[in-house]
Design a binder for this molecule. Sequence first.
Ligand SMILES: NC(=O)c1ccc[n+]([C@@H]2O[C@H](COP(=O)([O-])OP(=O)(O)OC[C@H]3O[C@@H](n4cnc5c(N)ncnc54)[C@H](O)[C@@H]3O)[C@@H](O)[C@H]2O)c1
Length: 262
Amino acid sequence: MTPLQGKVAVVTGAAALLGSAIARAFVQAGARVVAVDIDAVRGEALAAGLGEGCRFVACDIASDNALDALVAGVLRTEGRIDCLVNNAVVYGDAGLGAARADWLSALNVNLVSGAMLVQKSADALAAQGGAIVNMGSVGGKFGAAGRALYPAAKAAILQLTRNQAATLAPRGVRVNSVSPGWTWSDALSRMADGDRARADRVGAPMHPLGRVGDGDDVAQVVLFLCSDAARFVTGADIPVDGGFSMLGPDQGRSARDWFGAA
Ligand SMILES: NC(=O)c1ccc[n+]([C@@H]2O[C@H](COP(=O)([O-])OP(=O)(O)OC[C@H]3O[C@@H](n4cnc5c(N)ncnc54)[C@H](O)[C@@H]3O)[C@@H](O)[C@H]2O)c1
């Protein structure tokens, strides 16, 4: 018996590397996955690769009508929703120079759409004593020059998670977040020219475990939070960042070390 046998999980942003790792981990744990993304080409390819345990649904999560159709469709075909993973994101961020329309569209996808999906699937999740995982980020915890939209949304997600957890606890639904550090993804792969060893080398000073994360590192913690092993965990954020967020600006080295190296 695998830990999530018979459960149904909805994962947004499932077409890209990290989301597809989460979808794959759910299937391997025995769940049926509804993989949701706006990118139908990659989404269909993912579902074809994962076989019977995964169905792809093309959906723009910024549309309420699309979210209504998504939830109704999942309940019609799968009969239940046990787990919801709000993972979809857009990264565009002009920082101080962002126009109001940029702010609203970034927050719409990165924050509000996940909140609307929680609203629309809350009854179904409550019927199963289900679990929600919202995707945070180290980017929502620390200052970063030149960025505003993405970190503001990620910081808000950590707070929203606590509010959703408090609201839904009486209905038996647990809500938690995970906050990855740098994770091997389409964006990181582009920055590293597809060279994973280079990404690990560049990322090592920020990640005491000496490498960037893999999608499956994040996926395993998502699975844990959705499983019965986490039955008394709600409103929590779990960093999946190789130690990134336990460090201060001194990167864990003493003043003596810094002076020695200066
Ligand atoms: N990659 C990292 O290093 C990293 C670090 C910390 C946190 N995260 C978090 O992990 C999650 C996944 O990040 P990623 O790097 O894989 O991002 P990504 O851009 O590679 O993938 C995001 C996915 O969301 C989909 N999407 C975007 N807008 C959508 C919409 N309106 N409707 C439906 N789908 C939509 C995209 O098509 C894409 O498949 C995000 O929540 C991100 O904040 C990533």
